[in-house]
Design a protein around this ligand. Sequence first.
Ligand SMILES: NC(=O)c1ccc[n+]([C@@H]2O[C@H](COP(=O)([O-])OP(=O)(O)OC[C@H]3O[C@@H](n4cnc5c(N)ncnc54)[C@H](O)[C@@H]3O)[C@@H](O)[C@H]2O)c1
Length: 343
Amino acid sequence: MTAVKLAIVGMGMIGKRHLQAMTTIKKAALIAVVDPAEQAKAIALNEGVQWFGKIEEMLADVVPEGVIVCTPTEIHLAPTISALEAGCHVLVEKPIAGNLEEAREIQLVAERVNRNVMVGHHRRYYGLMEEARKIVSSEKLGRLLAVHGQWTSRKADDYFIPQWRQQSSSGPVLINLIHEMDILRFICGEIESVTAQLQTNFRGHPKEETAAIIVRFKSGVLGTFLLSDATPSPWNWEHATGENVNFPHTGQNSYCFMGTDACLEFPNLRIWQSQGKPDWNHLMKMEETPVPLEDAYIAQCRHFCGVIRGEEMPRITAEDASKTLAATLAVFDSAKQRQTILL
Ligand SMILES: NC(=O)c1ccc[n+]([C@@H]2O[C@H](COP(=O)([O-])OP(=O)(O)OC[C@H]3O[C@@H](n4cnc5c(N)ncnc54)[C@H](O)[C@@H]3O)[C@@H](O)[C@H]2O)c1
């Protein structure tokens, strides 16, 4: 079988990560890079593939089977729609778009042209996510009552050199919390309401820096989440898992799922359980379930190829990712309106 012909639109930080993953997959073949930047042209040359400054130029010349959209968030809509209208399947980076209207437009166009849109919530491809969902929905923790999560880290100064990263469309809510909302939905089920407060006072950028969030799930489970991109800490997904070599591994946890009988630390998958009755008079014992961390980008790209070939159903559809986006955007609405937002 011939390899699936793919193009990457936007060859910046995450575009390169997709390229790295793609080169390890036999059933995937990069055929073009679209990005006006000189460094993207150099990458295309190095990979021996065609380079285009605009997606329209590529589509007039060659139509890949799949397009991976890795442009800044506010530029997800246009290339995604152009690719779909040309008959390509699309894997668009998270968040699916900067707002729900654009997300809806992507979903509607995909349905009309009968093409798949997958969204790059790559963490869902880790086995430890499946394991956490399994533990939480089993009887091991008893009845789930509450969850606490945290993403706190200080981004390096040069991260903010591209102007778009200083805007609220690219602050830690839409760049980082969106992953966490997706984890929360995946493991605890749909979110009913969000209440939040935001703070912006360290770097002087228009975007937010710190957020304190209360989440209520449809199941009645309550959650809290603390987010900040202005404080160095080991308590965030990247440092906890070591998924990215640029963020040195700490092995700490960034979530606690609290049940009536036991609780689970995550992503280390440590279950704390009392020996005897589950009350405060009994000694607690910890049991760890080691799950190796695969390369989620390789799994995601392999899955994208499978979806394109009609062998697999998309795991993270536009509709699914739009729910994650709605819960994430509710943080802004709640902070602005100073009230709880019902989803
Ligand atoms: N899944 C993840 O964990 C993850 C991680 C980082 C970023 N992202 C997402 O990926 C997207 C890009 O982030 P990044 O950090 O790689 O950004 P970046 O600034 O490093 O790269 C963006 C690239 O897009 C190019 N570009 C801009 N406009 C374009 C256009 N119209 N056509 C083609 N190329 C264009 C730029 O020249 C640049 O090379 C964002 O939506 C972000 O949320 C996801």
